[in-house]
Write a protein that binds this ligand. Structure first.
Ligand code: FAD
Ligand code: SF4
Length: 512
């Protein structure tokens, strides 16, 4: 049989041994290509820990493939011949190796996939089988629906995966969703298990030095990099969470606490997104923990819902709606992102905590992203593209397919309610209920219009007043508007004034 000379490009978020495109090549004759390029590291100013994670994990993965007998070409960032872009490197190596076939698994970023389609290399594309739902299956599910709802998609995924189902196909526990049990505030003095940490080996140390030198201008600290960069260490991170964190995940999923960056969250998103952990295995481990009686149903169901529900759903929406989705701006927001998002220098303790830990660890858990930094951006009318860029840059786990729908759709409601049925807007009362942040804050959470009143309060009412044209017709917002309409005119005016004053201060570049 005649040997075809194949080249398989593996991207930095495709570090899975069972990647579809890798199954198509013959390790002894064909070549696997991995490239570190400036364009991907700088198209937004990614957190230095994220760049370090990806480069180090790529280098470890290349080594592991070689150990399996595969031929690997690895292009380092500082290679003098490096063209600086993925399409550039693909063209260069196709020519050098005289490759007759080029194989690639579909990308996680519309921009990159488009540029590869246009780069003049004929590519054999492969679906990303690491996800449960293909792009095509999601398109078929969404066809003809004016609005999508995650809950219905999630039920399909439960049926498809068989997770937490009785023999007759009904959901274990008699309901699909136990979210109502997952909103408890943290009891005083609860200490979360600090997640497993991983020391830098020689490869990571070399990458850290490179990143420190080449990306010094990017926001975020490299000092406490302790994230897993191999499959074995990612597995150890996951095992640690299974043993010590998962049981608390359900009850305290929405809780926040000062100086507790992780609480009962797994911190596995980055490892999952770059391929160091496998979605199906993770879900099956959670299900086993439930069947063996180690965790309650609300923890198991809640965790699995995040993975086969939200994670798959946002990916489906992204590929269905791109590229137009990124332009969504239903409220017509124009405000620039305040500088304190990049420094954490604000008097608002909740924002200082959430931003501070994001700069330090490239991590914040879901409710901090949604109800603190996201909520503030929504209420203060930040331009969606500005806040999306921040989330994409600052988080270790941020890739366009998952960051964009979460930020533009879920947080900013900028898609007009396609992804989520209502904006997650909330006043300071919500943050006070779910955290201890307000105790240590310069602002008073119970005040609304005084100079020291919590900014979230007046901004919340200002948001409802200024967007009544878009939101009043939404049934799920009816109670909020009822409360607004009940308020005396003079109170409404005072709230409007205080809200406007805060927005003016943001426009003047003041930290609040
Ligand atoms: P846990 O709380 O332990 O949850 C377990 C897993 O569920 C996560 O690892 C993640 O894979 C998955 N998950 C949970 N919620 C979501 C969700 N809404 N969308 C997709 N997956 C979910 N997640 C990313 O992976 N990358 C992003 O760029 C990203 N950007 C976000 C931006 C905003 C504005 C918001 C509100 C959420 C974003 N999320 C993103 C979702 C979620 O916040 C993170 O997945 C989670 O905080 C990661 O931490 P963890 O691994 O400790 O998660
Ligand atoms: Fe945040 Fe307001 Fe509480 Fe301060 S008072 S921590 S600004 S919610």
């Amino acid at each position: 049989m005649k040997n075809v000379n194949r080249l398989c490009l593996v991207l930095g978020d495709q570090l899975s041994f069972d990647l579809a495109s890798l199954q198509k090549i013959d390790g002894a004759h064909d070549t696997v290509l991995l490239v570190e390029v400036m364009e991907e590291a700088t198209h937004v100013a990614h957190h230095p820990q994220k760049i370090a994670l990806i480069f180090s994990a790529m280098r470890h993965f290349a080594q592991a493939l070689q150990a399996q007998g595969m031929q690997v070409q690895y292009v380092r960032l500082d290679d003098p011949d490096n063209t600086g872009s993925i399409p550039g490197e693909l063209q260069r190596w196709q020519t050098i190796l005289q490759a007759q076939e080029v194989h690639l698994t579909e990308c996680g970023d519309w921009r990159l996939e488009q540029s590869l389609h246009e780069c003049g290399v004929a590519i054999h594309w492969h679906g990303d089988t690491r996800f449960l739902c293909t792009r095509e299956a999601f398109r078929a599910w969404a066809a003809g629906k004016k609005q999508l709802r995650m809950e219905f998609f999630y039920r399909e995924m439960r049926r498809k995966s068989g997770l937490l189902l009785n023999g007759d196909g009904t959901p274990v526990g008699g309901a699909w969703n136990f979210d109502a049990e997952n909103r408890k505030a943290l009891p005083k003095n609860t200490k979360a298990p600090y997640p497993a940490r991983f020391d830098a080996d020689a490869i990571t140390a070399e990458v850290l030095a490179l990143v420190r030198e080449r990306f010094a201008g990017h926001y975020g600290s490299l000092d406490d990099f302790n994230y897993p960069v191999t499959h074995a260490d990612a597995q150890a991170l996951w095992d640690y969470f299974l043993d010590f964190g998962l049981a608390g995940f359900g009850d305290y999923q929405d809780a926040m606490a000062s100086d507790e960056p992780y609480l009962f969250h797994a911190r596995i998103s980055a490892a999952l997104n770059i391929g160091l952990l496998d979605l199906r295995q993770v879900c099956s481990d959670v299900e086993s923990a439930y069947w063996s009686g180690r965790i309650a149903l609300n923890a198991a169901e809640g965790f699995i819902r995040q993975l086969i529900g939200w994670r798959e759903y946002v990916r489906g929406v992204y590929w269905l709606k791109m590229p137009g989705y990124a332009e969504g701006n239903v409220f017509g927001n124009r405000r620039l992102l305040p500088e304190f998002y990049w420094t954490g220098e604000t008097q608002m303790n909740c924002m200082r905590q959430a931003i501070g830990q994001s700069l330090e660890h490239a991590y914040a858990h879901h409710i901090q992203r949604l109800m603190v930094t996201g909520n503030f951006a929504l209420l203060s009318g930040i331009a969606p593209q500005q806040i999306c860029e921040w989330y994409l840059a600052i988080y270790m786990d941020a890739f366009d397919w998952v960051e964009l729908p979460n930020t533009l759709g879920m947080v900013m409601h900028a898609d007009g309610g396609y992804l989520g049925s209502k904006p997650y807007c909330a006043s300071g009362q919500y943050i006070n209920r779910m955290s201890d942040y307000c105790h240590g804050c310069a602002y008073k959470v119970r005040e609304t219009t005084t100079d020291d009143a919590c900014p979230f309060n007046a901004l919340y009412w200002h948001f409802l007043m200024r967007h009544g044209d878009v939101l009043r017709g939404n049934q799920r917002m009816a109670m909020m508007y009822k409360n607004l309409d009940r308020m005396p005119e003079v109170k409404q005016q005072a709230l409007w004034q205080r809200g406007q004053q805060l927005l003016d201060r943001l426009d003047d570049g003041e930290a609040i």
